[in-house]
Design a protein around this ligand. Sequence first.
Ligand code: X2W
Length: 287
Amino acid sequence: MRKQTMNRDWIATARTLSEALPYLQRYAGSIVVVKFGGNAMGDEEAMADFARDVVLMRQVGVNPVVVHGGGPMINDLLGKLGIESKFLRGKRVTDKATVEVVEMVLTGLVNKRIVQAIMDEGGRAVGLSGKDDDMMVCVADDPELGFVGKPVEMNVQVLRDLFAAGIIPVVAPVATGMGPNETFNVNGDTAAGAIAGALQADRLLLLTDVSGVKNAAGDIVTAMTPGEVEEMIASGVIAGGMIPKAETALKALEEGVRAVVILDGRVPNACLLELFTEHGAGSLIRS
Ligand code: X2W
């Protein structure tokens, strides 16, 4: 029902919308790849909030692509099946039994959960993996990691076809190989970077569960050049789980992505804050 009382909240809401105009204009028609990690998925409400942001992006003319992870959900099923799993340099050591579980969980449970959340918010979403239309073709990343893939060939026309139809693609980081019937487990950040690079995306948003990249003093750095990121990796200021994200960002920029943002997916409306407000969110990396 329409409410006639004019209080400060409503005036502020209208102002926020009005102030978003230059950003809406800037991003209309652009391509934004969003990596939605398993740790950022949180509960039902967090999932619905994320889906709403993506549907809003699409509604205002952005072409969003969601590339998801699901590490914790893979761990759950491996645990139930009694299959042990370990990580080496941030990537899951993946044998034959593990890659089957990874494909089941990512392309099944997690992918369809996100598709459904977007549909529930009134958007249109189609779920795919890197196998669909040979979107992501991999070779083995490292013999020690088993069936972990490194993308070597990207075919992203199917994503452009979905954009044209007004559909939001939701991509599981599972890929095909050069030979017949090969399956690779791809790190979600790596997959998002490769897709963003192949699409020459305007933005790659890496949603995490930390507030961004911190400097030596422990403060969040809001903007960095690739050179500064390289220095921070070399000096050990960027360490641990942030290294693969920073390296993904550098590679994506090299491949022609305009800017990469590492931001906290736990902040409500993180994507909207980054794209459509002066404030921005997290750490922006661009040349
Ligand atoms: C990941 C794929 C899922 C993922 C894995 O098996 O866990 C590798 O490590 P998050 O939630 O983004 O961490 N693949 C090779 O990246 O999930």
